[in-house]
Design a protein around this ligand. Sequence first.
Ligand code: CTP
Length: 407
Amino acid sequence: MGSLEGKHIVLGITGGIAAYKSAVLLRLLIKRGAEVQVVMTPSAKEFITPVTLSALSGKPVVSEFFTANTGEWHSHVDLGLWADLMIVAPATASTLGKMANGIADNMLVTTYLSAKEHVMVAPAMDLDMYASPSTRRNLATLAADGVEIIEAAEGELASHLVGKGRMAEPEEIVERAERFFSRRQDMVGMKVAITVGPTYEKIDPVRFIGNYSSGKMGFALAEECVSRGAEVIAVTGPVAAYPSDSRINIVKVESALEMNEEALKAFRTADIGIFAAAVADYRPETYSDHKIKREGKDEMIIRLVKNPDISSNVSEEKKEGSILVGFALETDDALDNAHKKLEKKNLDMIVLNSLEDKGAGFRTDTNKVTVIARDGFKKAFPLKYKREVAADIVDIILEQQKKIKIK
Ligand code: CTP
């Protein structure tokens, strides 16, 4: 049986030179047993004919909202419901922009907007277009919306310039599709608890001590786990944006003390606990219930007292067989310090991100991490979107969990 046997895949093809590779991609998907419906944008037909694609897929290609001579209406809603996966390859800058902004002026984008399941895009364009702020912004928006980005590769482009912008090879795209289906429901029956975001430590009714954590990495992990079938509870400090997936149970807190209390409850029954929050290590010793006035004060001293270490507290009450994962953000002797934290906090794994890496850490859509585990495991990943980083981290958690169970 093929690895994609019985899977319904919508293959969206847009107008770029790389569209010729879509025929190979289509063949590979079909060979692995998938049922594929091709949806083309009008301009894609300038690059590859619908005849080739319908012959390969064994289905008429859909491109317009209706067939001109018969008036037959093509329902993008039905297609969106039918698809277990939608792959847009190649995805031009223009289609990415339309997808990111909901400009539904063709069958491909309307199908995307109706797609209920996972969507992947494999961009292809010239290097300057690929690097342009607008494309970067659209890709970041799509990634935040849960779309999987199969980054373009380096190489010679249609313009004969050499750089990043070549569509990923069909084999790689097929591999991603296989990976998506194989791990799609590998967390059914598992309970995951995650701490997310910053904590705010009140000074007076209008002021607090906080940090730049956006909660994006924690929520990417929550979304990844929930999409793989886990039951997820996220104990979340104040953030600007919450995930749209209503399957994630969110418990809102503000201070480290509140987070500690809620985390202790949430993590008690969890099979997997992840500490992704940037907890303030200290809080003001006293809270003024009146706004502190500046009159008559040349300086201001706020005495801080230590907050509880949530990860250590939780690990003391660790459920048998559960796995606890911390994050560490280090500026010096990163690996050494991460190993020390693993021991001190009695965790099973640490995800290390360094602030020195551009695009990694706070307030970004991307992250570059190294994961270490108690048994000496260590793996460094390149810079990726946070959702992809989340998938990598979850893969390792599940591997580690198996090892713990075997012991
Ligand atoms: N953490 C926690 N409670 C705290 C502080 C940290 O649960 N009060 C968790 C974080 O969520 C993270 C891990 O511990 O998963 C490491 O956080 P980090 O700030 O790097 O470590 P600290 O223990 O605060 O050490 P330091 O700031 O001195 O490096």
